[in-house]
Design a protein around this ligand. Structure first.
Ligand code: G3H
Ligand code: 13P
Ligand code: ZN
Length: 312
């Protein structure tokens, strides 16, 4: 099947009590690792591309890699999504260039300005059959090129969500409930806890409407240790506990964003390979196990965290 939008995927996920994995892609091995797992697990998937990914790999290369995955995985629905679109022009360029979904992230702007920018993107996207994710509330960590300091992050205000969705016409909404981008989400020694009360308040005010969670890597300690034991230095890297992500996936959360975990799997595997084989220099030899570990990591997410195995 050709690339799809997330409309039907989200309706099924909402009613079925599971979430779709939205994985960031930056190169061929990452696309392959993710989609091979989804193909074997018969799981729908969102492949997402950030502004940084477009700058790194080039828009056309990324689109063609995703189109290759569509050919290789004819039986599963695949969405090509712009992650954290910073402005109308970037969203337009992706809509014109083959994406089926875009995020406009104007969450750092005042409420009315966020609505205005989002509404403009929605208008253009809907004219072209593309769906739009917007964001209310800010996550700490790095939102593409905008670094949000820890103290400046703010939870989504549930009393704002209905007006925001009605006035913008967006198709899904990313909310801030305590997740953050990157590999250092919580202070070591503290108990990580998402604000499910905020999520449930938003959910109540938007019946049937898909909610999105960014910053949802669980930062597997297996890979943090692998990195630290093979020349890396990532002390105190901590992610969102998987049981909390599972709980979120059963609610109105229909899309869960994961990037850092893929980076950890890839980096840990390559570091270990280099450490064990200082004589090797063929990139295929170290990218192959890196791709295989991304595949197994994604399989675990689909089965045990998102609950979307077999839902394609
Ligand atoms: O939310 C951010 C994603 O992890 C993308 O990161 O902007 O470094 O590609 P990036
Ligand atoms: P992580 O850094 O937790 O993987 O979040 C990724 C993300 O939200 C991409 O938009
Ligand atoms: Zn994000």
């Amino acid at each position: 099947m050709p690339l799809v939008t997330s409309k039907e995927m989200f309706a099924k996920a909402y009613n079925g009590g599971y979430a779709i994995g939205a994985f960031n892609v930056n190169n061929m091995e990452i696309v392959q690792g993710i989609t091979e797992a989804c193909k074997e697990e018969h799981a729908p998937v969102i492949l997402q591309v950030s502004k940084g990914a477009r700058a790194y790999a080039n828009h056309t290369y990324l689109v063609k890699l995703v189109e290759a995955a569509v050919i290789e995985c004819p039986d599963i629905p695949i969405v090509l999504h712009l992650d954290h679109g910073p402005d109308f022009e970037t969203c337009k360029s992706c809509i014109d260039g083959g994406f089926t979904s875009v995020m406009i992230d104007a969450s750092s702007k005042p409420f009315d300005e966020n609505i205005e920018i989002t509404r403009r993107v929605v208008e253009y996207a809907h004219e072209h059959g593309v769906v739009v994710e917007a964001e209310l509330g800010t996550l700490s960590g790095i939102e593409d090129e905008v670094k949000v300091a820890e103290g400046c992050a703010s939870y989504t205000r549930p009393e704002e969500v209905e007006e925001f969705v009605t006035r913008t016409g967006c198709d899904s909404l990313a909310i801030a409930i305590g997740t953050s981008h990157g590999a250092y989400k919580f202070k070591p020694g503290t108990k990580p806890q998402l604000r499910f009360d905020v999520l449930h308040e938003c959910e109540k005010r938007l019946p049937g409407f898909p909610i999105v969670l960014h910053g949802s890597s669980s930062v597997p300690q297996e890979y943090v240790t692998m990195i630290n034991e093979n020349g890396g230095a990532m002390p105190g890297a901590i992610g969102v506990p998987e049981d909390q992500l599972r709980e979120a996936a059963r609610s109105a959360v229909c899309k869960i964003n994961i990037d850092s975990d893929l980076r950890l799997a890839m980096t840990g595997t390559i570091r270990k390979f280099f450490n064990e084989h200082p004589d090797k220099f063929d990139p295929r030899e170290y990218l192959k196990p890196a791709r295989a570990n991304i595949k197994e990591l994604v399989r675990h997410k689909l089965r045990d965290v998102l609950g979307c195995s077999g839902k394609a």
